[in-house]
Design a protein around this ligand. Sequence first.
Ligand SMILES: [Zn+2]
Length: 603
Amino acid sequence: MTGPSEYTVGWICALPCEYVAAQSCLDEEHDDVSLDASQSDNNDYTLGRIGKHNVVIAVLPKGGHGTTSATAVARDMLHCFPNIRIGLMVGIGGGVPTKKDIRLGDVVVSAPQDGMSGVFQYDFGKSVQNQAFVSTGVLDQPPAALRGAMARIEAWYDRKGHQIEERLNAVLSENPRLRQKYSRPNSTSDLLFRPDLTHDSICNGGSGCVNDPENLVLRRERPQCEAITIHYGTIASGNQLMKNAVIRDELSQTKNILCFEMEAAGLMNHFPCAVIRGICDYSDSHKNDQWQGYAALTAALYTKDLLTQLSPREVNVEKRIADILSDVNKALARTEMGVRNMEPKLEMQEYNTILDWFTDLDHGLQLRDHISRRAPKTGGWFVESAEFNKWLTEPRQLLFCPGIPGAGKTMIASIVINHLHRVFENEKKVGIAFAFLSYQAQLSHFDLLRGLLKQLIPYPVPDEVVDLYEYHTQKGTRPSLDEVFSSLCTIISRFSRTFIVIDGLDEIPVSAGVRSKIVTELFNIQDTVGANIAVTSRPISGIVERFEERNSIRRDIRATDDDVRRFINSEILTFQTWIREADGLERNITDTVVKATDGMQVE
Ligand SMILES: [Zn+2]
């Protein structure tokens, strides 16, 4: 009889088909393990042996998708089986076919590469708002023993090829009942649709889209020997199902992501594990379930190979996961908070619908536009200034930055916003919002508040915002200024700090009192919930006084000679070659322009 402490490998699955796949990989099933009452929990475990290892397999409770549920299962498992040293999260996932030639039924294995961890956690809300991933992992590397086994198995497959297909067929002939759900679907059903072709809106949800070759991405035919290819790289794990090919490609671009899934996020910090995913779809709107069973089985069979490459001696040198976890209790506490925040309540689409309901202004787009026009390294003097740093570090500060037209105020505002995003990249509790005001856009003070609110609404959407949205959409009405203001204050009050950057206050016409109302609303926010606010403007009387009255920190914006020089140097590359080659001419031009601009940014 095997006691609980003799199990050293913990294998977690999310879906019933993944559980069945895992079970069918066992060389031997143990049904006589006694767990005493204090150890037993609500989880359903399957115990058995693979090669020389005793393995515990657990599945998430039915309907319990996502990180929170996976975390609870892992915690209970480690409590029941305290000697687990190797963690595995095995199942299906959505592939990214644009990076590598990934096909349905292939297997993606989380493996640290080029300084990137194997699993990348991201928070959908943040990634969409700030166009940046939020990496939260600390225990994001599979144990060394597993990484060693991965390298060996990779070499073995390279030399001899794998036998996954054959072994899969053996499993199916031993278990005929599995054939219908777990056999390889016909290859003609492995279709990759164009990323822009969204199934609901463009195909209208019908089934006709599969018949038009124009809709498909043309791919080479794969030889039979490559039918199941194993890929090593980064798996992105988020709080929402990825089903948008455009976002898929945008996100995967920056982080070299091969696969998207949901359960590993958060789990990694409670259960260091290797994540292994059989590819069942392409993370786009053309999902179907056809390949799930087969993909679950290819992933499970790869995992079995991995375990047979691992010796019990190697496993025993690894620390017990329970011990690793107690070592990082501090990090754990932090992540638990993150996991709670990530519990999905609304679909991503609903989240965006609510944000867009407040205003259709795309702040991220404006910012990217300004940043893209910045010459390298300009504006560094501003973020290094004492005034800026006082504003950055002390609460409830108001920073007023006057500058003449052409001094580069918008550029400095963009640099400040970018700097804030970088400094607080990993801080979920810091809110950042901004607005670029302009004559053309003609924003009112109400527009401004709605725009700020849109940027600060966290994911998941707080209940009071959902209530407000539902109340008004049912009645066909819009939220009032007071409602927007009070939602904004509620949300800001939950952040530990909030930064608001307003560029070009002077661009708002003084008529109709809009400008004055904007200033009043900003001061109201600061008085009510204490945000840090920075404002750029031409030094116009009427504006200057209002900021002086409030004892704001003042830092004038003036293009420095260095900035002008950098700007010209970046532009001079586009000058005719003869200017660059003519001795001294380039230097001459630069000096002349620097002198002529005198504090004005060249634009
Ligand atoms: Zn379609």
